[in-house]
Ligand binder design. Sequence first.
Ligand code: DC
Length: 224
Amino acid sequence: MIVAIDGPAASGKSTVARALAERLGAHYLDTGAMYRAIAHAALERGIDLDDGGALTDLATASEITFEHAGGSALPTAVMLDGVDVTSAIRTPAVDGAVSAVASDPGVRHALVEHQRAHASDADIIVVEGRDIGSVVFPDAAVKVFLTASAEERARRRHMEMAGRGRTVESQIVLEELERRDTADSSREASPLTAAPDAIPLDTTGLDIPEVVERIAVLVEERSA
Ligand code: DC
């Protein structure tokens, strides 16, 4: 069974999807981490972000895997060609480059293949991203589209960055989120959009356990 969790940046997807996977004893796939890994590799190699051919070659040749240290059910590290890039993919440079990389149809094609292969090994998997319910798994048993106000999302991202020792002005965080939302929603290839049969869930003012509980109920209903 596939549980698709889509939504814009900092809508709570990762926190909710990870907690849900834990609760269900499900596998978990963070597809944003895959686009970030390719953006990181492109920056490291000095690839021009407008060079679709080079980006596609890079995505096709790259091996992205997830490590589960100590037998952890949830992934503990993102590996790119055997190198741990868990922290390297969460930098402002990658934040700035990832939308351009993710808008390339060749990159998307290569990564969607990986994502489908990943899910084929799992009984139940929670997959988070932007196009999971609309493109990657249009037949997913449960599709949820998480939203939250831009201000709430900026507040969350600001706290998350502070937790990693990065102090960035709230206004700048908000502008960067809005820039990325616009880029992700307006691109031609698989734009950020709710699948027509996705259940919208506004997480502004809800706490994580509440959101997880609501989705877990949907999963139970579908698997009954
Ligand atoms: O969820 P995130 O912020 O880690 O995602 C990073 C970027 O990757 C985001 O700007 C949009 C893109 N992305 C995408 O285009 N499709 C996905 N399925 C997941 C992420």
